[in-house]
Ligand binder design. Structure first.
Ligand SMILES: [Zn+2]
Length: 156
């Protein structure tokens, strides 16, 4: 497989999350709980020049392989990211994220009267239109556009 040329130092083994819109970098960090990872080096390239996107951000996490479920959460904030699995400096797998049918806990409901904004309970949304990116709250049925969503506050 062709070796890719990266602007951020290569990792021996791990995951590269590429083509992150720079404005979404910190949400990606949060969704993958990178701040809680111990024993892995994490390299972040912020606002790099990209032919495809103008500017992009990239995260490299060494010795860490995420599950598809973890990675698919990223589709909520950055649907066009590319994930590269690196083993022994080689790109062994490249994948895209897919929006799950149901989104639990991570998205905040835009309706202030929604029970999820007033009780300590996780949110739940159904993706009702993939192409238009429309989510509907399971509890109050309020619909919101994926590119307008806010994430729930991190648990303290
Ligand atoms: Zn709601």
């Amino acid at each position: 497989m062709k070796r890719e040329k990266f602007m951020v130092a290569a990792i021996q083994n791990g995951t590269v999350i590429d083509h992150i819109p720079s404005s979404k970098l910190f949400e990606v960090v949060r969704l993958l709980h990178l701040e809680e990872i111990r024993g892995s080096s994490i390299m972040v390239g912020y606002n790099l020049k990209s032919r495809k996107m103008g500017h992009k951000s990239i995260i490299k996490v060494s010795d860490k392989f995420f599950t598809d479920a973890e990675l698919n959460l990223l589709s909520v904030v950055a649907p066009n990211v590319t994930l590269c699995v690196i083993r022994d400096y080689e790109l062994v797998e490249k994948k895209c994220v897919t929006l799950p049918d149901d989104i639990h806990s991570i998205v905040r409901c835009a309706n202030p009267k929604c029970i999820t904004n007033n009780e300590p309970m996780p949110t739940r949304f159904h993706v009702i239109d993939r192409n238009a990116g429309i989510l509907r709250c399971h509890y109050c049925e309020k619909e919101q556009l994926l590119d307008k969503i806010k994430l729930t506050e991190p648990k303290s």
